[in-house]
Design a binder for this molecule. Structure first.
Ligand SMILES: [Zn+2]
Length: 248
C-alpha cells in the first residue's frame, strides 16, 4: 500500500457541511493553497480530538493526509481565534458574508494570499469594533478591485470629468463606475456616498474603525456595491439574505 502523503498548512474554515454520522466536510482557505476541501472524521462525536478545533472564525494550523477524494484532517491547532465574531450577531453575519465572498473569489488549489489577507483583515476590523456595515462594503469593494473590476470613482465614465462637491451623480454597475450630472445614466449616487466609497478604497483599513457615518450614504454605497457584486458573481451570495435580516 502506498504511503499516505502528509502536509501542514495555515487555514480558516469558510464553510462546512455534515457528512454521515459524525464527519464534516470543510472548505478551507489557505494562503498557500487557495481553497480546498478536507474531511474532519468523527468531528461531531463528543470524544473527538479535533472537536472544537474546527470552529469558524479561527486561524488554524491543520495537518492533513492525502485522501482519495479530499484530504483528511489529522490534527488541528488554533493559532488565532476571533471570539468577538462568535458572540455578536451582526458582526458574525458580516464575517460569514465576507468568508463566502472571499471563498467564491478564490480558486481551488491556487495560492491567492491577498484574498486570504482581505478576509483576515475584515475579521480583524470587525473584532476591533469597526462598523459592521462599513466592513461589509470594504470587503465588497476590495474584492471588486482584486478581481480587476474595481469601479471608476474619480471621473465620469463618459466625459472623464472629476465630480464636483454636491453634484448629483449616477452609478452604473455594468459599466463599472460613476457618471456626472450631465451624463446621468444609472442609479442616483450622492457626492457623500462617493466620498465614502473613495475612503473605503484609500484609507488604511485601521482608520475605518474610527469612522461613524450617517445612514444615507451607507445605504447608497450598499445599493451600489450590491449591484456590482451581483454582476461579478452572477447571483446574490447565499449569506446575503441572512445579513439583510440581521441588519434590518
Ligand atoms: Zn460626464
Amino acid at each position: 500500500m502506498p504511503e499516505r502523503r502528509t502536509s501542514r498548512t495555515l487555514a480558516v474554515v469558510t464553510s462546512r457541511f455534515r457528512l454521515g454520522e459524525a464527519d464534516r466536510v470543510l472548505t478551507l482557505l489557505s494562503p498557500d493553497r487557495g481553497k480546498f476541501k478536507a474531511i474532519a472524521k468523527g468531528v461531531r462525536k463528543p470524544t473527538s480530538r479535533l472537536g472544537g478545533g474546527v470552529e469558524p472564525f479561527a486561524e488554524l494550523e491543520v495537518a492533513l493526509a492525502t485522501g482519495r477524494t479530499f484530504d483528511i484532517v489529522t490534527q488541528v491547532q488554533s493559532r488565532r481565534v476571533w471570539l468577538g465574531l462568535r458572540e455578536r450577531l451582526k458582526s458574525s453575519a458580516v464575517a460569514w458574508y465576507a468568508a463566502e465572498l472571499v471563498e467564491r473569489a478564490t480558486s481551488e488549489e491556487q495560492p491567492e494570499p491577498q484574498l486570504y489577507e482581505l478576509l483576515i483583515h475584515a475579521w480583524d476590523l470587525l473584532e476591533a469594533g469597526a462598523s459592521d456595515e462599513l466592513v461589509a462594503r470594504w470587503v465588497e469593494l476590495g474584492l471588486l478591485d482584486a478581481a480587476g473590476h474595481g469601479p471608476e470613482l474619480d471621473q465620469c465614465l463618459d466625459c472623464g470629468r472629476a465630480p464636483i462637491e454636491g453634484e448629483g451623480l449616477r452609478w452604473d454597475e455594468a459599466a463599472g463606475g460613476i457618471r456626472c450630472a450631465v451624463h446621468a445614466e444609472g442609479l442616483p449616487l450622492s457626492s457623500d456616498a462617493l466620498r465614502l466609497l473613495r475612503a473605503l478604497r484609500r484609507f488604511p483599513p485601521e482608520q475605518l474603525t474610527q469612522l461613524r457615518l450617517p445612514a444615507g450614504p451607507l445605504a447608497e454605497a450598499d445599493r451600489a456595491l450590491r449591484g456590482s457584486i451581483l454582476l461579478l458573481y452572477g447571483h446574490e451570495p447565499k449569506s446575503r439574505s441572512f445579513l439583510d435580516e440581521v441588519m434590518a
